[in-house]
Structure formats: structure tokens, C-alpha cells
Design a protein around this ligand. Structure first.
Ligand code: NAI
Ligand code: MG
Length: 355
């Protein structure tokens, strides 16, 4: 089992250190870790946010454990040298087209949600966001128009792109409550019309999964009005970016939620993927021991489940995190005083009493 560890910059290395401690506590046999530079630290050391050695290391591994990138000292650099290009580059170079973002309420944290506690308690959903297409990767530019300069971005999805992400979502729904909501804007957009037609076709292969469709504006409203109605949400890159951030905020802190980005490549152990907390490099709290490592630790659990076939250990980590959050060890983001390291240690303590 080979894991490429890319801590990045800001709080990335701080939270990654805690997930590596958790990994170490599991004492998995035949595990090799490789560590690479990415983001601001990589730009400072190698002149590029995603050096080719780092990309090769990621390609050669069974999975990538990613921290965060976004060093503000690089803010004035041209776009291709900014730290964020590293994560975009990894997603496209490694063909990671499926972003899975689970959002579930943690018992005991309902009061931290901006929603009413009874609504927060009912959240248990998975956003399946397409990650390699849509308006983010379409042609774009600026041109002259009668109204002055005009910026434009082309939005498109072809059948093959929709098919592969739809299969990912249907398979995920099969393992959950068997309900899939495809979110689009088919009343207005041609992209969404094709999207919806393809999803309907694919649904024939999953008769056990209940499929419905929702326009994105309604979905945004339903997510705060009654989030408990959702099981799996399938959507494109742009709508998924927005709705998954919204879903995570409904749970409580951004420091709690993990994500997996998967492609088609299968290894002997599972699906190759990249795993990262949904938060960024948080420069405002970097270096202060204030970052909550839970999102990073739960990303490790997803890595063990999807890429290394270690469902047992993944479940143990998730239970250890849940037990930690119901205890009195809380970070600043949850109104407590525990440091990054103390939270990591508490998770390991709980893990040892489970495993
Ligand atoms: P952010 O997620 O880094 O921070 C937003 C707020 O949440 C901040 O107040 C931060 O202190 C807090 N926060 C984030 N993670 C936390 C944690 N684990 N524990 C406690 N509090 C936490 O988003 P922001 O500020 O918009 O972006 C900062 C930089 O990160 C930017 O350069 C941005 O481009 C980059 N970024 C990188 C991502 C990635 O590496 N995948 C994703 C999102 C942003
Ligand atoms: Mg986002």
C-alpha cells in the first residue's frame, strides 16, 4: 500500500500531521508513505506549485492524502503559479472526475449548525459532484461587445462525462438509502437537458434506486428548509461546488468535513483517489494550533475505505471521531480550547479503546 502525502501549506501540514498520527496508531502492515511538496511551499522550493516529481509520486501511489494549499504570500503571482493550481492540476492530471462530499450531523453538535437543531440532526447526505468538466473547464475569454468588454465561459457536458459520474452516484446510492436526486437547471440550460436525459437512461440499470430531479435553485432552498429529504445529490461541477459548501455549513464547522476525489483507475486494493478536507489553508489561524484536524482525519478514513479496501479501520476512525466530538475535547471552531494536537490525541485515545 503506497500513500502519497501532500500536506501543502497553511494549516495543511498541521492537520495532515494529526491524520498521519492516526494512521500510525492503526499499525497497518505493508504501508509505505511518500511525502511531496505542493502549493505555496512547492512554489518557494521548486518554482512551481505542482512540481513534476510530486505529480509522478501521486501517479505511482494507490492513494493521495492531501492537506490544503493557499499561501497568501503567493497571492500576487500569476494564476499558473498560484498554490490553488496544484489542486486543480492534480484533479485534471489524475482524471479525478468524481468528488464525494458526505455531510452528516454529528450528535451533540446540533446547536452549532445555523439550522434549527432538529433539522441539523436529520442531515445525512452525500454530494456527488462532477469535477473535470462543466463551465470550469470550458473555453473562456474576453471579447468586445456593444456593451463594452464581455467575459464569457462555455458550459458543456457530453454524454460520456454524465454517464460516468451518474454511475458513481447510483452505486453510492445503492450502498446508502437508495435515493438519488439529480440537480440541474434543465428548464433553461441545454447542458442540463442532456444531463437529465442521460441520468434517466442510466437509471434503468439501477431499478432499486429511487431517482428524482430538482432544479438547482429549488435544491438550494430545500437544503436549508428540509435537508433530511436528501440521500445522494448528483450534480455538475458548478452547482456541486456551491451546494456542497452549503451542505457542509448546515452541519456545523468547516473543520469537520472530508472529501474523496475518485477517477476510473482501479488498483488491486480499490479505486485510486485523492482525499482532502473540504477547507482551505486557513491563513488566519495557521501556525497557532487552532485548526480542527477532524476533517483531515475523516479524509484518511475515506482513503482507507475507497482506495485501500480497509472498511473496518475506516469505520473505527469514524467512530473514534464521533466519540471525541461527543466528549469535552473541542477546538476553537466548536467553541472550545483544545489544540490541533490535543484533538488528534483524543481521537487516537478513542480509537485505541475501539480497535
Ligand atoms: P478556508 O477554508 O481556508 O477558511 C475559511 C474559514 O474557516 C477561516 O476563518 C478559517 O480559519 C476557518 N477554518 C478552515 N479550516 C478550519 C479548520 N480545520 N479548523 C478550524 N477553522 C477552520 O477558506 P478561505 O479562507 O476562503 O481560503 C484560504 C485559502 O485556501 C485561499 O488561498 C483559498 O484559495 C485556499 N483554498 C484551498 C482549498 C484546497 O486546498 N482544496 C479549498 C478552499 C480554499
Ligand atoms: Mg468550493
Amino acid at each position: 500500500m503506497k500513500i502519497a502525502v501532500l500536506p501543502g501549506d497553511g494549516i495543511g501540514p498541521e492537520v495532515t500531521r494529526e491524520s498521519l498520527k492516526v494512521l500510525d496508531a492503526l499499525s497497518l502492515p505493508q504501508l509505505t508513505l511518500f511525502e511531496g511538496d505542493v502549493g505555496g511551499i512547492a512554489y518557494k522550493r521548486h518554482g512551481h506549485p505542482l512540481p513534476s516529481e510530486t505529480l509522478d509520486m501521486a501517479r505511482a501511489a494507490d492513494a493521495v492524502l492531501f492537506g490544503a494549499v493557499g499561501d497568501p504570500e503567493c497571492d500576487s503571482l500569476p494564476r499558473q503559479h498560484r498554490p490553488e493550481q496544484a489542486i486543480l492540476g492534480l484533479r485534471s492530471e489524475l482524471g479525478l472526475f468524481a468528488n464525494l462530499r458526505p455531510a452528516a450531523g454529528f450528535p451533540g453538535l446540533e446547536d452549532l449548525s445555523p439550522l434549527k437543531p432538529e433539522l441539523a440532526r436529520g442531515i445525512d447526505l452525500l454530494v456527488v459532484r462532477e469535477l473535470n468538466g462543466d463551465v470550469y473547464f470550458g473555453e473562456k475569454g474576453e471579447r468586445e461587445s456593444a456593451g463594452g468588454r464581455e467575459g464569457w465561459d462555455a458550459m458543456s457536458y457530453n454524454e460520456a462525462e454524465v454517464e460516468r459520474i451518474a454511475h458513481t452516484a447510483f452505486r453510492a446510492a445503492r450502498k446508502r438509502r437508495k435515493k438519488l436526486t439529480s440537480v440541474d437547471k434543465a428548464n433553461v440550460l441545454e447542458t442540463s437537458r442532456v444531463w437529465r436525459e442521460v441520468v434517466v437512461q442510466i437509471a434503468d440499470q439501477y431499478p432499486d434506486v429511487e431517482l428524482d430531479h430538482m432544479y438547482v435553485d429549488n435544491a438550494a432552498m430545500q437544503l436549508v428548509r428540509s435537508p433530511g429529504q436528501f440521500d445522494v445529490i448528483l450534480t455538475g461541477n458548478l452547482f456541486g461546488d456551491i451546494l456542497s459548501d452549503q451542505a457542509s455549513a448546515c452541519v456545523g464547522s468547516i473543520g469537520l468535513l472530508a472529501s474523496a476525489s475518485l477517477g476510473e483507475r482501479q488498483t488491486d486494493l480499490g479505486t485510486f483517489g485523492l482525499y482532502e478536507p473540504i477547507h482551505g489553508s486557513a491563513p488566519d489561524i495557521a501556525g497557532q494550533g487552532k485548526a480542527n484536524p477532524v476533517a483531515a482525519i475523516l479524509s484518511l478514513a475515506m482513503l482507507l475505505r475507497h482506495s485501500l479496501g480497509r472498511e473496518t479501520e475506516a469505520g473505527q476512525i469514524e467512530r473514534a471521531v464521533a466519540n471525541t466530538l461527543t466528549g469535552d475535547i473541542r477546538g476553537a471552531d466548536l467553541g472550545g480550547t483544545a489544540t490541533t494536537q490535543e484533538i488528534g490525541d483524543a481521537v487516537i485515545g478513542n480509537l485505541k479503546s475501539i480497535a
